[in-house]
Each structure stands twice: as structure tokens, then as C-alpha cells.
Design a protein around this ligand. Structure first.
Ligand code: FES
Length: 70
């Protein structure tokens, strides 16, 4: 499933850490960074991270996917 693939190089956040943040209640990009103890740096990862969040949220319906776009 590729959960070890890096999403954010600046902060060394991989897909597993994104999913962990979501499981811990993160519904927005900013919350994924906060739950990993960091902030966006260059911003190049934001669109990919949004896709990872949406693909993770998809089985639960559109509402979570909508929040991931905020
Ligand atoms: S790659 Fe995520 S902030 Fe730079």
C-alpha cells in the first residue's frame, strides 16, 4: 500500500504518519502538521498530502474528504 512513502520531505512525514494523524483526529492539513509536531515549510507537499487525506477518508464518505480540502 506504500504507507512508508514520504509525503512531506521537509518534515519527514510519510503516509503512515498522515494516516496516524487522521486516526488521532486530524481533519485538516494544518492538523496533520500539528499532530506531527511541525509546520509546513516549502509547501510543495500540500496538494499530495490533501490527496492522501482524501484517499484515506474516502471509505467514510464525502464529508471527511471535504474537510481535508480546507
Ligand atoms: S515538502 Fe512539505 S513543507 Fe516542504
Amino acid at each position: 500500500m506504500g504507507c512508508g512513502m514520504y509525503v512531506c520531505i521537509c518534515n519527514a512525514i510519510n503516509e503512515r504518519r498522515v494516516h496516524g494523524a487522521i486516526a488521532d483526529g486530524a481533519a485538516r492539513l494544518s492538523e496533520v502538521f500539528r499532530k506531527n509536531g511541525c509546520r509546513p515549510q516549502c509547501g510543495r507537499c500540500l496538494s499530495h498530502m490533501r490527496e492522501v487525506m482524501q484517499s484515506h477518508a474516502a471509505p467514510n464518505g464525502a464529508e471527511a474528504g471535504q474537510r481535508a480540502r480546507d
